[in-house]
Design a protein around this ligand. Structure first.
Ligand code: S3P
Length: 439
Protein backbone atom coordinates (compact mmCIF):
# COMPACT_ATOMS: atom_id res chain seq x y z
CA UNK A 1 0.00 0.00 0.00
CA UNK A 2 1.32 3.45 -0.88
CA UNK A 3 1.37 6.10 1.82
CA UNK A 4 1.49 9.73 0.75
CA UNK A 5 1.71 11.44 4.14
CA UNK A 6 2.75 10.05 7.48
CA UNK A 7 1.97 11.65 10.83
CA UNK A 8 3.84 10.61 13.95
CA UNK A 9 2.66 11.86 17.35
CA UNK A 10 4.53 11.89 20.66
CA UNK A 11 4.61 8.30 21.94
CA UNK A 12 5.80 6.29 24.93
CA UNK A 13 6.78 2.78 26.03
CA UNK A 14 7.71 1.31 22.64
CA UNK A 15 8.23 -2.41 23.13
CA UNK A 16 8.49 -5.68 21.22
CA UNK A 17 10.79 -7.58 18.90
CA UNK A 18 11.21 -6.81 15.20
CA UNK A 19 12.95 -8.81 12.49
CA UNK A 20 14.32 -6.44 9.86
CA UNK A 21 14.01 -6.94 6.10
CA UNK A 22 17.14 -7.99 4.21
CA UNK A 23 20.06 -5.61 3.93
CA UNK A 24 19.75 -3.27 0.93
CA UNK A 25 23.43 -3.33 -0.05
CA UNK A 26 23.66 -7.10 0.23
CA UNK A 27 20.35 -7.60 -1.63
CA UNK A 28 21.61 -5.54 -4.58
CA UNK A 29 24.80 -7.53 -4.70
CA UNK A 30 23.12 -10.90 -4.29
CA UNK A 31 20.75 -10.28 -7.23
CA UNK A 32 23.45 -8.94 -9.55
CA UNK A 33 26.22 -11.37 -8.61
CA UNK A 34 23.78 -14.28 -8.97
CA UNK A 35 23.19 -13.08 -12.53
CA UNK A 36 26.95 -13.26 -13.14
CA UNK A 37 27.25 -16.79 -11.73
CA UNK A 38 26.81 -19.98 -13.66
CA UNK A 39 23.73 -21.80 -12.38
CA UNK A 40 20.76 -21.16 -10.11
CA UNK A 41 21.16 -19.00 -7.01
CA UNK A 42 18.79 -19.05 -4.05
CA UNK A 43 18.57 -15.96 -1.82
CA UNK A 44 16.39 -15.81 1.30
CA UNK A 45 15.28 -12.62 3.13
CA UNK A 46 15.85 -10.55 -0.01
CA UNK A 47 14.83 -6.88 0.44
CA UNK A 48 11.66 -6.29 -1.58
CA UNK A 49 11.62 -2.51 -2.04
CA UNK A 50 11.78 0.18 -4.71
CA UNK A 51 15.56 0.21 -5.09
CA UNK A 52 15.93 -3.55 -5.37
CA UNK A 53 13.11 -3.68 -7.93
CA UNK A 54 15.23 -1.28 -9.98
CA UNK A 55 18.02 -3.87 -9.94
CA UNK A 56 15.66 -6.77 -10.73
CA UNK A 57 14.05 -4.83 -13.60
CA UNK A 58 17.49 -4.13 -15.04
CA UNK A 59 18.25 -7.86 -14.87
CA UNK A 60 15.03 -8.51 -16.80
CA UNK A 61 16.25 -6.09 -19.48
CA UNK A 62 19.46 -8.13 -19.59
CA UNK A 63 17.32 -11.24 -20.19
CA UNK A 64 18.18 -12.78 -16.85
CA UNK A 65 15.46 -15.02 -15.47
CA UNK A 66 14.53 -14.50 -11.82
CA UNK A 67 11.61 -15.28 -9.59
CA UNK A 68 10.55 -13.65 -6.34
CA UNK A 69 8.34 -15.61 -3.97
CA UNK A 70 7.63 -13.34 -0.98
CA UNK A 71 11.25 -12.57 0.05
CA UNK A 72 12.86 -15.65 -1.57
CA UNK A 73 14.67 -14.79 -4.78
CA UNK A 74 15.83 -17.34 -7.35
CA UNK A 75 18.12 -16.14 -10.14
CA UNK A 76 19.26 -18.11 -13.17
CA UNK A 77 22.74 -17.01 -14.28
CA UNK A 78 24.74 -16.14 -16.20
CA UNK A 79 23.62 -13.03 -18.12
CA UNK A 80 23.33 -14.09 -21.77
CA UNK A 81 26.07 -12.24 -23.64
CA UNK A 82 24.78 -12.89 -27.17
CA UNK A 83 22.62 -9.74 -27.57
CA UNK A 84 23.95 -6.59 -29.14
CA UNK A 85 20.92 -4.37 -28.63
CA UNK A 86 20.02 -4.21 -24.96
CA UNK A 87 17.24 -1.77 -24.02
CA UNK A 88 18.16 1.08 -21.67
CA UNK A 89 18.77 -0.24 -18.17
CA UNK A 90 16.58 2.02 -16.05
CA UNK A 91 17.96 2.27 -12.53
CA UNK A 92 15.15 4.33 -10.97
CA UNK A 93 16.40 6.28 -7.92
CA UNK A 94 19.08 3.74 -7.10
CA UNK A 95 22.70 4.86 -7.20
CA UNK A 96 23.84 1.40 -6.12
CA UNK A 97 22.00 -0.19 -9.05
CA UNK A 98 23.57 2.18 -11.55
CA UNK A 99 27.13 2.05 -10.24
CA UNK A 100 27.26 -1.71 -9.70
CA UNK A 101 25.54 -2.46 -13.02
CA UNK A 102 27.97 -0.21 -14.89
CA UNK A 103 30.91 -2.27 -13.61
CA UNK A 104 29.18 -5.57 -14.34
CA UNK A 105 28.12 -4.55 -17.86
CA UNK A 106 31.66 -3.35 -18.66
CA UNK A 107 33.17 -6.53 -17.17
CA UNK A 108 30.92 -8.87 -19.13
CA UNK A 109 31.48 -6.90 -22.35
CA UNK A 110 27.93 -5.79 -23.12
CA UNK A 111 26.67 -2.72 -24.92
CA UNK A 112 24.16 -0.71 -22.92
CA UNK A 113 22.76 2.64 -21.78
CA UNK A 114 22.15 3.14 -18.04
CA UNK A 115 19.67 5.80 -17.04
CA UNK A 116 17.58 6.76 -14.02
CA UNK A 117 15.14 9.17 -12.39
CA UNK A 118 15.79 12.94 -12.45
CA UNK A 119 17.21 12.54 -8.91
CA UNK A 120 19.65 9.85 -10.02
CA UNK A 121 20.60 11.87 -13.10
CA UNK A 122 21.83 14.60 -10.76
CA UNK A 123 24.27 12.31 -8.90
CA UNK A 124 27.97 12.23 -9.79
CA UNK A 125 29.08 9.40 -12.09
CA UNK A 126 32.59 10.50 -13.08
CA UNK A 127 33.72 8.70 -9.94
CA UNK A 128 33.04 5.45 -11.86
CA UNK A 129 33.67 6.56 -15.45
CA UNK A 130 37.24 7.65 -14.55
CA UNK A 131 38.49 4.32 -13.13
CA UNK A 132 36.52 2.27 -15.68
CA UNK A 133 38.03 4.43 -18.45
CA UNK A 134 41.51 3.79 -17.05
CA UNK A 135 40.82 0.06 -17.33
CA UNK A 136 40.04 0.51 -21.03
CA UNK A 137 36.24 0.57 -20.78
CA UNK A 138 34.36 2.45 -23.47
CA UNK A 139 32.03 4.46 -21.20
CA UNK A 140 30.63 7.94 -21.63
CA UNK A 141 28.51 10.10 -19.36
CA UNK A 142 26.63 13.34 -19.95
CA UNK A 143 28.59 16.03 -18.11
CA UNK A 144 29.77 13.42 -15.61
CA UNK A 145 26.23 12.21 -14.98
CA UNK A 146 23.71 9.62 -16.24
CA UNK A 147 22.75 8.49 -18.81
CA UNK A 148 25.87 6.36 -19.17
CA UNK A 149 26.66 4.65 -22.47
CA UNK A 150 28.83 1.55 -22.34
CA UNK A 151 30.20 -0.39 -25.30
CA UNK A 152 32.23 -3.63 -25.29
CA UNK A 153 35.99 -3.17 -24.85
CA UNK A 154 38.93 -5.25 -23.61
CA UNK A 155 39.73 -4.33 -20.00
CA UNK A 156 42.98 -4.49 -18.10
CA UNK A 157 43.35 -4.63 -14.32
CA UNK A 158 43.26 -1.30 -12.46
CA UNK A 159 45.74 0.20 -10.02
CA UNK A 160 43.56 3.00 -8.76
CA UNK A 161 43.29 5.20 -5.68
CA UNK A 162 39.76 6.32 -4.87
CA UNK A 163 39.74 10.01 -3.87
CA UNK A 164 36.96 9.26 -1.36
CA UNK A 165 36.02 5.98 0.30
CA UNK A 166 33.04 4.52 -1.58
CA UNK A 167 31.75 0.96 -1.64
CA UNK A 168 29.74 1.70 -4.76
CA UNK A 169 32.83 2.83 -6.67
CA UNK A 170 34.97 0.02 -5.26
CA UNK A 171 32.33 -2.57 -6.17
CA UNK A 172 31.86 -1.14 -9.65
CA UNK A 173 35.58 -1.46 -10.35
CA UNK A 174 35.80 -4.95 -8.79
CA UNK A 175 32.91 -6.15 -10.97
CA UNK A 176 34.64 -4.82 -14.09
CA UNK A 177 37.89 -6.38 -12.84
CA UNK A 178 36.25 -9.84 -12.95
CA UNK A 179 36.43 -9.60 -16.75
CA UNK A 180 39.79 -7.80 -17.02
CA UNK A 181 43.23 -9.06 -17.91
CA UNK A 182 45.46 -8.91 -14.84
CA UNK A 183 45.08 -8.14 -11.15
CA UNK A 184 43.23 -5.06 -9.87
CA UNK A 185 44.46 -3.17 -6.81
CA UNK A 186 42.34 -0.41 -5.24
CA UNK A 187 43.34 1.96 -2.45
CA UNK A 188 40.71 3.82 -0.43
CA UNK A 189 41.10 6.47 2.25
CA UNK A 190 38.45 4.84 4.49
CA UNK A 191 36.84 1.50 5.41
CA UNK A 192 33.87 1.38 3.02
CA UNK A 193 31.50 -1.58 3.33
CA UNK A 194 33.04 -4.86 2.16
CA UNK A 195 29.96 -6.95 1.23
CA UNK A 196 31.18 -7.29 -2.36
CA UNK A 197 34.50 -8.78 -1.30
CA UNK A 198 32.86 -11.22 1.12
CA UNK A 199 30.27 -12.38 -1.41
CA UNK A 200 32.73 -12.75 -4.27
CA UNK A 201 35.04 -14.81 -2.05
CA UNK A 202 32.10 -17.12 -1.36
CA UNK A 203 31.65 -17.47 -5.13
CA UNK A 204 35.24 -18.62 -5.58
CA UNK A 205 36.99 -15.34 -6.47
CA UNK A 206 40.38 -14.43 -4.99
CA UNK A 207 39.82 -11.04 -3.31
CA UNK A 208 41.84 -9.82 -0.35
CA UNK A 209 41.69 -6.77 1.89
CA UNK A 210 44.51 -5.22 3.91
CA UNK A 211 45.81 -1.84 5.01
CA UNK A 212 48.80 0.16 3.96
CA UNK A 213 50.48 3.28 5.35
CA UNK A 214 50.90 5.66 2.41
CA UNK A 215 52.91 8.73 3.45
CA UNK A 216 51.52 8.58 6.97
CA UNK A 217 47.92 8.04 5.82
CA UNK A 218 46.21 4.72 6.48
CA UNK A 219 44.83 3.40 3.20
CA UNK A 220 42.50 0.41 2.74
CA UNK A 221 43.63 -1.89 -0.07
CA UNK A 222 41.55 -4.39 -2.02
CA UNK A 223 43.17 -6.81 -4.47
CA UNK A 224 41.23 -8.95 -6.94
CA UNK A 225 42.60 -11.63 -9.24
CA UNK A 226 40.27 -12.31 -12.20
CA UNK A 227 38.79 -15.81 -11.86
CA UNK A 228 39.61 -18.52 -14.36
CA UNK A 229 36.49 -20.52 -13.44
CA UNK A 230 32.84 -19.37 -13.68
CA UNK A 231 31.43 -17.79 -10.48
CA UNK A 232 29.67 -20.32 -8.26
CA UNK A 233 25.95 -19.63 -7.66
CA UNK A 234 24.79 -18.27 -4.30
CA UNK A 235 22.81 -19.98 -1.55
CA UNK A 236 22.32 -17.27 1.08
CA UNK A 237 19.99 -16.01 3.82
CA UNK A 238 20.51 -12.27 4.09
CA UNK A 239 20.96 -10.42 7.39
CA UNK A 240 18.51 -7.70 8.45
CA UNK A 241 19.41 -4.19 7.33
CA UNK A 242 21.29 -2.25 10.01
CA UNK A 243 20.50 0.98 8.16
CA UNK A 244 16.78 0.29 8.61
CA UNK A 245 17.39 -0.90 12.18
CA UNK A 246 18.98 2.50 12.89
CA UNK A 247 15.59 4.25 12.65
CA UNK A 248 14.13 1.91 15.27
CA UNK A 249 17.24 2.18 17.46
CA UNK A 250 16.95 5.96 17.60
CA UNK A 251 13.18 5.66 18.04
CA UNK A 252 13.73 3.59 21.19
CA UNK A 253 16.55 5.79 22.52
CA UNK A 254 14.45 8.98 22.43
CA UNK A 255 11.02 7.59 23.40
CA UNK A 256 10.32 7.53 27.16
CA UNK A 257 9.93 4.02 28.56
CA UNK A 258 11.03 2.27 25.35
CA UNK A 259 12.75 -1.15 25.33
CA UNK A 260 12.88 -3.00 22.01
CA UNK A 261 14.78 -5.87 20.39
CA UNK A 262 15.85 -6.06 16.74
CA UNK A 263 16.72 -9.60 15.75
CA UNK A 264 18.97 -10.96 13.01
CA UNK A 265 20.59 -7.63 12.11
CA UNK A 266 23.74 -7.47 9.96
CA UNK A 267 26.67 -6.36 12.13
CA UNK A 268 29.46 -6.19 9.59
CA UNK A 269 32.07 -3.90 11.21
CA UNK A 270 32.10 -1.67 8.12
CA UNK A 271 28.44 -0.87 8.87
CA UNK A 272 28.24 -0.65 12.67
CA UNK A 273 29.42 2.95 13.03
CA UNK A 274 25.90 3.97 14.08
CA UNK A 275 25.96 1.48 16.99
CA UNK A 276 29.37 2.80 18.09
CA UNK A 277 28.24 6.42 17.82
CA UNK A 278 24.98 5.92 19.73
CA UNK A 279 26.77 3.89 22.43
CA UNK A 280 29.38 6.66 22.71
CA UNK A 281 26.47 9.07 23.37
CA UNK A 282 25.42 6.90 26.31
CA UNK A 283 22.79 4.88 24.44
CA UNK A 284 21.77 1.67 26.21
CA UNK A 285 22.38 -0.71 23.30
CA UNK A 286 23.44 -4.32 23.76
CA UNK A 287 24.34 -6.92 21.16
CA UNK A 288 23.60 -10.61 21.69
CA UNK A 289 23.45 -13.91 19.79
CA UNK A 290 26.28 -13.00 17.44
CA UNK A 291 26.87 -15.51 14.66
CA UNK A 292 28.42 -15.64 11.23
CA UNK A 293 25.90 -16.11 8.43
CA UNK A 294 27.52 -16.75 5.05
CA UNK A 295 30.57 -14.72 6.08
CA UNK A 296 28.47 -11.77 7.34
CA UNK A 297 28.28 -11.17 11.13
CA UNK A 298 24.67 -11.13 12.39
CA UNK A 299 23.19 -10.52 15.86
CA UNK A 300 20.33 -9.14 17.93
CA UNK A 301 20.27 -5.54 19.15
CA UNK A 302 18.44 -4.52 22.32
CA UNK A 303 17.83 -0.81 22.80
CA UNK A 304 16.36 1.06 25.78
CA UNK A 305 15.36 4.68 26.24
CA UNK A 306 18.50 6.53 27.37
CA UNK A 307 19.84 9.88 28.45
CA UNK A 308 22.23 10.87 25.67
CA UNK A 309 25.13 13.29 25.51
CA UNK A 310 26.66 15.01 22.49
CA UNK A 311 29.75 13.64 20.70
CA UNK A 312 32.06 14.50 17.79
CA UNK A 313 31.92 12.33 14.69
CA UNK A 314 34.59 12.44 11.97
CA UNK A 315 37.17 10.37 10.06
CA UNK A 316 36.61 6.64 9.50
CA UNK A 317 33.49 6.60 11.67
CA UNK A 318 31.75 8.76 9.05
CA UNK A 319 32.37 6.06 6.41
CA UNK A 320 31.10 3.33 8.74
CA UNK A 321 27.77 5.15 9.28
CA UNK A 322 27.48 7.05 5.99
CA UNK A 323 23.74 6.39 5.54
CA UNK A 324 22.77 7.00 9.17
CA UNK A 325 23.41 10.74 9.64
CA UNK A 326 19.79 11.85 9.15
CA UNK A 327 18.55 9.65 11.99
CA UNK A 328 21.71 10.20 14.05
CA UNK A 329 20.87 13.92 14.01
CA UNK A 330 17.55 13.16 15.72
CA UNK A 331 19.40 11.41 18.57
CA UNK A 332 21.78 14.39 18.73
CA UNK A 333 18.85 16.81 19.01
CA UNK A 334 17.86 15.02 22.24
CA UNK A 335 21.37 14.81 23.67
CA UNK A 336 22.79 16.99 26.44
CA UNK A 337 25.58 19.04 24.93
CA UNK A 338 26.83 19.72 21.46
CA UNK A 339 27.21 17.15 18.65
CA UNK A 340 29.61 17.92 15.81
CA UNK A 341 29.67 16.03 12.48
CA UNK A 342 32.70 16.75 10.27
CA UNK A 343 34.52 15.07 7.32
CA UNK A 344 31.10 14.24 5.89
CA UNK A 345 30.98 16.29 2.67
CA UNK A 346 30.05 13.06 0.85
CA UNK A 347 26.57 13.44 2.36
CA UNK A 348 25.96 16.18 -0.22
CA UNK A 349 25.95 13.50 -2.97
CA UNK A 350 23.37 11.08 -1.59
CA UNK A 351 19.65 10.82 -2.49
CA UNK A 352 19.52 14.52 -1.60
CA UNK A 353 22.14 16.99 -0.39
CA UNK A 354 21.91 15.44 3.05
CA UNK A 355 23.63 18.37 4.76
CA UNK A 356 21.53 21.24 3.38
CA UNK A 357 18.22 19.36 3.21
CA UNK A 358 18.60 17.79 6.64
CA UNK A 359 19.48 21.11 8.30
CA UNK A 360 16.60 22.82 6.50
CA UNK A 361 14.03 20.22 7.60
CA UNK A 362 15.35 19.97 11.17
CA UNK A 363 15.00 23.75 11.40
CA UNK A 364 11.44 23.42 10.05
CA UNK A 365 10.40 21.27 13.02
CA UNK A 366 12.24 23.47 15.54
CA UNK A 367 15.46 21.47 16.04
CA UNK A 368 18.48 23.77 16.44
CA UNK A 369 21.24 22.95 13.92
CA UNK A 370 24.03 24.83 12.10
CA UNK A 371 25.14 23.76 8.63
CA UNK A 372 28.88 23.43 7.92
CA UNK A 373 30.56 22.77 4.57
CA UNK A 374 31.44 19.21 5.62
CA UNK A 375 28.77 18.44 8.20
CA UNK A 376 26.66 20.13 10.86
CA UNK A 377 26.56 21.07 14.54
CA UNK A 378 23.63 20.51 16.89
CA UNK A 379 23.70 22.25 20.27
CA UNK A 380 21.45 19.49 21.69
CA UNK A 381 18.50 19.58 24.09
CA UNK A 382 16.17 20.94 21.39
CA UNK A 383 13.67 18.19 20.56
CA UNK A 384 11.33 18.89 17.68
CA UNK A 385 8.37 21.21 18.23
CA UNK A 386 6.32 19.42 15.54
CA UNK A 387 5.12 20.60 12.12
CA UNK A 388 5.13 19.52 8.49
CA UNK A 389 8.24 18.49 6.58
CA UNK A 390 9.16 17.48 3.06
CA UNK A 391 11.78 14.79 2.47
CA UNK A 392 12.84 16.05 -0.99
CA UNK A 393 12.64 12.55 -2.46
CA UNK A 394 15.03 11.15 0.17
CA UNK A 395 13.75 8.00 1.91
CA UNK A 396 16.15 8.32 4.85
CA UNK A 397 15.21 11.94 5.48
CA UNK A 398 11.52 10.95 5.48
CA UNK A 399 12.01 8.17 8.06
CA UNK A 400 14.32 10.26 10.27
CA UNK A 401 11.84 13.14 10.49
CA UNK A 402 9.05 10.66 11.26
CA UNK A 403 11.15 9.26 14.13
CA UNK A 404 11.61 12.80 15.47
CA UNK A 405 7.82 12.96 15.88
CA UNK A 406 7.92 10.23 18.56
CA UNK A 407 9.49 12.58 21.08
CA UNK A 408 8.39 15.96 19.69
CA UNK A 409 6.15 18.43 21.53
CA UNK A 410 3.47 18.07 18.81
CA UNK A 411 2.97 15.65 15.87
CA UNK A 412 5.20 15.75 12.79
CA UNK A 413 3.66 15.19 9.36
CA UNK A 414 5.97 13.95 6.61
CA UNK A 415 4.75 14.82 3.13
CA UNK A 416 5.50 12.60 0.10
CA UNK A 417 6.22 9.75 2.50
CA UNK A 418 5.70 7.07 -0.19
CA UNK A 419 9.42 7.48 -0.89
CA UNK A 420 9.98 5.36 2.25
CA UNK A 421 9.10 2.33 0.09
CA UNK A 422 12.39 2.79 -1.72
CA UNK A 423 14.27 1.06 1.11
CA UNK A 424 12.00 0.13 4.07
CA UNK A 425 8.38 -0.59 3.11
CA UNK A 426 7.81 -2.06 6.59
CA UNK A 427 8.78 1.16 8.39
CA UNK A 428 5.26 2.28 9.33
CA UNK A 429 3.93 -1.16 10.38
CA UNK A 430 7.09 -1.81 12.39
CA UNK A 431 6.76 1.42 14.36
CA UNK A 432 3.03 0.84 14.81
CA UNK A 433 3.71 -2.69 16.09
CA UNK A 434 6.16 -1.31 18.65
CA UNK A 435 3.39 0.99 19.90
CA UNK A 436 4.16 4.28 18.15
CA UNK A 437 1.38 6.79 17.46
CA UNK A 438 1.69 6.72 13.68
CA UNK A 439 -0.88 7.30 10.99
C1 S3P B 1 26.25 1.52 -0.74
C2 S3P B 1 27.31 2.29 -0.40
C3 S3P B 1 27.19 3.61 0.20
C4 S3P B 1 25.79 3.91 0.70
C5 S3P B 1 24.72 3.41 -0.22
C6 S3P B 1 24.88 1.94 -0.51
C7 S3P B 1 26.51 0.20 -1.34
O1 S3P B 1 27.61 4.56 -0.73
O2 S3P B 1 25.62 5.30 0.91
O3 S3P B 1 23.43 3.63 0.37
O4 S3P B 1 25.60 -0.64 -1.36
O5 S3P B 1 27.64 -0.02 -1.79
P1 S3P B 1 29.17 4.88 -0.94
O6 S3P B 1 29.96 3.83 -0.22
O7 S3P B 1 29.39 4.84 -2.38
O8 S3P B 1 29.36 6.23 -0.30
Amino acid sequence: MTISTLTVAPSADLSGTITLPGDKSISHRAALFAALAEGTSHIENFLVAGVTHAMLNALTSLEVEWELDDTSLTVQGPIPVRRTNIPTLFCGNSGTTMRLLAGAVAGVGLSSVLDGSPGLRRRPMERITVPLGQMGADITALDGRAPLTIRPAALSGAHYTLPIASAQVKSCVLLAALGAEGTTVLLEPGPSRDHTERMLRGMGVTVSSDREDVDGVLMYRTTLVPPTQPLAPLALALPGDISSAAFLMVAALITPGAAIKLSGVGLNPTRTGIVDALQAMGGDITISNMENRYDEPVGDITVRHSTLHGIEVGGDLVVRMIDEFPVFSIAAAHAHGQTVVRDAVELRHKESDRITRLCEQLTNVGIAVREKPDGFVLPGRTPAQGGTVTPHGDHRLAMSLAVAGLAARAPITVQDAAIIHESFPGFKPSLAYLGAQID
